[in-house]
Design a binder for this molecule. Structure first.
Ligand SMILES: Cc1cc2nc3c(=O)[nH]c(=O)nc-3n(C[C@H](O)[C@H](O)[C@H](O)COP(=O)(O)O)c2cc1C
Length: 184
């Protein structure tokens, strides 16, 4: 099972990226091969589509090859960051078809927790991903020195387990569909 995490925070001490790292660690313990794409270090003009960049192409290819895609973002103005948006705008139509997706966001408080369901869920579904039932939302108060508290880590573990089950189901469905195609 290959897993790619995409971090959409420009912050060098990002809390949402920390949750993403914890999700990748949990999925690694479950046997997944994990990789992290940090959008903050990619060239901005290439992310805006003004020029080509091998690093951005590699990031897109990495996402395209994954079974599970985890996406993290800070809440900015009640939704996901512009950094994450410009990267997702570079996806081909259907780029995440057949993949399980984990939405992750952190915000200054609980008011914008629906960023997960009103922002990230339709964003990921628009390129074909099947998003797990409950994403991960954390508030700044749930971190101490960038470390998430036990409750938040419990949500990380649950989301990782759900994503593995979903990705296995999607893989099995692909097998059934390709064998029924061969029988025709
Ligand atoms: C430009 C900007 C806009 C923000 N807008 C919101 C917001 O609308 N709602 C909210 O809950 N937090 C908001 N915040 C707070 C961040 O979402 C919060 O601190 C988050 O945990 C930062 O994540 P990061 O450490 O991964 O960058 C905003 C922060 C910044 C810098």
């Amino acid at each position: 099972m290959s897993v790619v995490g995409v971090s959409g925070s420009p912050s060098a001490t990002s809390k949402s990226r920390r949750l993403l790292e914890d999700v990748l660690a949990a999925l690694g313990e479950s046997g997944g091969a994990t990789a992290l794409v940090d959008l903050a270090v990619l060239p901005a003009d290439a992310l805006l589509g003004r020029r080509a960049s091998a690093d951005v192409e590699q990031a897109l290819a990495s996402v395209a090859s994954a079974d599970i895609v985890a996406v993290s973002t800070p809440v900015y103005r009640a939704t996901y960051s512009g950094l994450l948006k410009v990267f997702c705008d570079l996806f081909a139509p259907g780029a995440l078809v057949g993949k399980a997706a984990i939405p992750i966001a952190t915000g200054g408080g609980p008011a914008h927790a629906l960023c997960i369901d009103h922002g990230l869920r339709p964003l990921l579904a628009s390129v074909g991903a099947v998003v797990i039932a409950a994403g991960i939302y954390g508030t700044d108060a749930e971190f101490t020195d960038r470390a998430p508290n036990a409750s938040l880590l419990g949500r990380v573990r649950r989301a990782a387990d759900e994503a593995v089950a979903l990705a296995e189901g999607l893989r099995a469905a692909r097998g059934v569909m390709s064998s029924s195609t061969m029988e025709r």
